[in-house]
Design a protein around this ligand. Structure first.
Ligand code: ZN
Length: 157
């Protein structure tokens, strides 16, 4: 809606497409990985316009850690909303190396970190599937390769 109070600041040149892709990704908020997550989703998985559920720790918040049960409840409800209202058919989970949510919030030691993340992905997948039996779920682990490259490994669960 335009009125005198609304001063145009910027018009995006990215065209708007109203069609939903019926896919969502759950990943960590860490903005250093944002562009690479988009690249994986858009180009490798061919999921443009996917719904984003970016929260600190990503799938950690679907793994029922007692220390973060409030986050857990919130993320699960948000995902339930997207499944029901946006008609999700596919969910992609992405964890990343050296996630600060694990070291700072869950107090996981650096040596245990990746093991814990992979275990959490397994738990998160079961939790996601409890929302709808027909959801297709996949998971990836983002790892730094050399100084400025991120590689994604697929995670089995
Ligand atoms: Zn993180």
């Amino acid at each position: 809606m335009h009125n005198e109070k609304n001063q145009l600041f910027y018009e995006s040149s990215v065209r708007f497409d109203p069609k939903r892709i019926r896919a969502a990704a759950v990943y960590c908020s860490d903005g250093r990985f944002g562009a690479q997550f988009d690249d994986l989703l858009h180009n490798a998985l061919q999921l443009p316009r996917y719904d984003r559920l970016a929260v600190p720790g990503g799938a950690a918040c679907l793994a029922r850690h007692f220390a973060t049960y409030r986050e857990d409840e919130g993320v699960f409800e948000q995902l339930r909303f997207l499944v029901n209202v946006h008609g999700l058919e596919r969910v992609v989970l992405i964890a990343h190396e050296n996630c600060a949510f694990y070291s700072e919030r869950l107090r996981v030691s650096p040596l245990q970190l990746e093991t814990q993340q992979r275990e959490d992905i397994g738990k998160a997948v079961r939790r996601v599937r409890s929302l709808s039996r027909t959801l297709s779920v996949s998971a990836f682990f983002a790892r730094k390769h050399r100084e400025d490259t991120i590689r994604f490994e697929s995670v089995d669960f």
